[in-house]
Structure formats: structure tokens, C-alpha cells
Design a protein around this ligand. Structure first.
Ligand SMILES: *Cc1c(COP(=O)(O)O)cnc(C)c1O
Length: 335
């Protein structure tokens, strides 16, 4: 089976397994796990921020960020298709206890600065005030679009001018960095805090990083504990994360394979695929997505439905050039 459902299905390699076995560990709730401490300082360095916090999942990282940045009852501004709003079980209402105000981004998920200004609510006797703007890069629901540094900076600047902090959901931050041919530190310089996943294209078995100013991370650490995310000898799972962080240099391979896959699928009858910007290929299907995916599965390829007539295929490091050739042939048989 060629599994293109997500870049989260990646399996740890021998280097990661050895790193886990050999990791120096301690009690991370006491901040005494040397491997977790290494990973946190390495992540902060790579992003050019002061500090970082290792969290079990990207979802928890985003939720901690929202809670740490805001006060109960404030508003949070985000893009209407963003993961933090659409795919996190209304956690913003439950953990941060904020009201969400959504902005409709363009077809790539970009939010313009005027939209930030229009969505801003000033606190007074009747209105709660805006506590946070969240951005997403790459934008998952829009097909892994890599939002430019200029667009991120413009939205962030509009928020900062209104005294509103900015959190970036960078679950696939390094896919954006690769596609834009920039550095992570440059790309996230305009935002206050960032979450990125080790467990997606980077291939770690577990974990995400929340990165930002030291005072923010100190408060975020308490919220992580509150949510039950204070882990003990977490170096066992952080060690493969350190290995995974170096995988950021190989994501261009996934992007090339996604391009080749899109070209191959677009050529098939009843399918249309735009050129992907990163590792996510969205395919429009004449047939209902579920029927198409059943036929693909019978031929040995897995994807996920994204809409009634849209499916997503995701390339990752357990998929090689031959798998792409085989996928195109299998989907041809399926259609
Ligand atoms: C996957 C994803 C997350 C959440 O990460 P988990 O580790 O699965 O909780 C958050 N934001 C975006 C954009 C994602 O794609």
C-alpha cells in the first residue's frame, strides 16, 4: 500500500530509533531532561527566537498559544479555513475561552492587512477586544500553499499596530521555508510565537514545538502542565525529534515528487490537479471523492477526502520516486 493520506504517517528510521534508545533523560517537569532541553534550545535557535517548549502535538501547541496570549472572553482573529479554527474541536472556545472572529482569506489562504484592521475589535463596555491574530503557513486546507514572508509581515504589522500579538501555526513551517527558498528565522521574524510539528514531513514519531519570547514560554509551560502535557522522561521521544529537525533540509524532494504526481494525475480522465506549492496535492474528481478513493485503495493507494469532489494526496519521506510512478499507474487503473 502506498500511503499518501498524510505526512503524519511517516515511520521513524533506524537513526531515530537509536537516538531514542541512547537518549540522556531526566524529569522534564523539573526541566531536568537534557535531551528535551537540547531540542528546545535548538528549535529556538533555528527560528531565531528566545525560547521553545516541547509539546505532545501541534494541536496542543496551538491551544496553549491561544490560551497564553489571550484573556478569557477576548476575541481571536483567524482565517476561516485555518486548522486552529476548523480542525481542533472548538478548542479555542474550551481552552482559551475566546470568541473567534474569522477572516476569509484569498484562494491561497492569504489575509490582507486591511482585513486584520477591519476584524479588529477595540475593547469597551460592550465589546470584548481582540487578543490575538493567528496565521497559518503552509496553509493546509488551501493545499499546502506557502505564504510569502511579505504577506505574513504585512498581516502581522497590521496586528502589532493595534497592539495585538500574532501566533503562526507553522505545522509545516519548513515546507514553506523550502518552497520560498528563505530561512525559518526570516520567515517567522514578524510574528511573536510559532508552533511547528516535528511529526509531519520532518518524520519524528511524536511532538511539536512552541517557540517565542522567554516570558511567553514560561507562561506557556504552566498551561502545558494544566492541560496534562507535562511529561517526565520525554527525552526518549524528543531525541528522534532532534534527528527530525535536520530532515528540514530534505523537504525539497517531497515537493518535487508532489509536482510530478500532480502532473501525472492531471493527465488522467476525470481528474484535475493544480501544481502544488509544497507536498500537498489536491485533486478534483468527477466522481464523488469517496468512490474515487475506494477505487484507489483497491489499486493500492491511499488518500483522504477533502471535499465532496476533492481528495488530498500528501508526499513524505516514506514515499520515493518509484512510489510516485506506481501511484500514477494505480490511479489510472482506478479511474
Ligand atoms: C497537523 C496540523 C496541526 C496539528 O498537529 P497535530 O500534531 O496533528 O495535533 C495544526 N495545524 C496545521 C496546519 C496542521 O496541518
Amino acid at each position: 500500500m502506498i500511503d499518501l493520506r498524510s505526512d503524519t504517517v511517516t515511520l521513524p528510521n533506524d537513526e531515530m530509533r537509536e537516538a531514542a534508545r541512547d537518549a540522556d533523560v531526566g524529569d522534564d517537569v523539573y526541566e531536568e531532561d537534557p535531551t528535551v532541553n537540547d531540542l528546545e534550545s535548538r528549535a529556538a535557535d533555528v527560528l531565531g527566537k528566545e525560547a521553545a517548549l516541547y509539546v505532545p502535538t501541534g494541536t496542543m501547541g496551538n491551544q496553549i498559544a491561544a490560551r497564553t496570549h489571550t484573556e478569557r472572553g477576548q476575541e481571536l482573529l483567524c482565517e476561516v479555513e485555518s486548522h486552529i479554527y476548523k480542525w481542533e474541536l472548538a478548542g479555542l472556545a474550551q481552552h482559551a475561552e475566546v470568541q473567534t472572529r474569522t477572516i476569509e482569506g484569498d484562494d491561497r489562504g492569504v489575509i490582507r492587512p486591511e482585513q486584520v484592521r477591519a476584524g479588529y475589535v477595540e475593547e469597551d463596555l460592550h465589546r470584548p477586544g481582540t487578543g490575538l491574530l493567528t496565521l497559518e503557513n503552509t496553509h493546509n486546507s488551501k493545499g499546502g500553499t506557502a505564504i510569502s514572508g511579505d504577506a505574513i509581515a504585512a498581516a502581522a504589522e497590521a496586528a502589532h499596530d493595534l497592539d495585538v500579538s500574532v501566533h503562526l501555526d507553522g505545522a509545516r513551517l519548513f515546507n514553506a521555508v523550502t518552497a520560498l527558498d528563505t530561512t525559518a528565522a526570516d520567515l517567522v521574524e514578524p510574528v511573536d510565537t510559532v508552533m511547528f510539528c516535528l511529526s509531519k514531513g520532518l518524520g519524528a514519531p511524536v511532538g511539536s514545538m512552541l517557540v517565542g519570547p522567554e516570558s511567553f514560554i514560561d507562561r506557556a509551560r504552566r498551561i502545558r502542565k494544566l492541560l496534562g502535557g507535562g511529561m517526565r522522561q520525554a527525552g526518549i521521544i524528543a531525541a528522534p525529534g532532534l534527528v527530525a529537525l535536520e530532515n528540514r533540509h530534505r523537504l525539497a524532494d517531497d515537493h518535487e515528487r508532489a509536482e510530478r504526481l500532480a502532473v501525472g494525475l492531471d493527465d488522467l480522465p476525470g481528474l484535475a490537479a493544480d501544481q502544488p506549492e509544497t507536498n500537498i496535492v489536491l485533486v478534483e474528481t468527477d466522481a464523488p471523492a469517496s468512490e474515487f478513493l475506494d477505487a484507489c485503495e483497491d489499486e493500492g493507494v491511499l488518500g483522504v477526502p477533502f471535499d465532496d469532489h476533492v481528495v488530498r494526496f500528501c508526499t513524505h519521506w516514506n514515499v520515493d520516486d518509484e512510489d510516485i510512478t506506481e501511484t500514477i499507474a494505480a490511479v489510472e487503473r482506478a479511474v
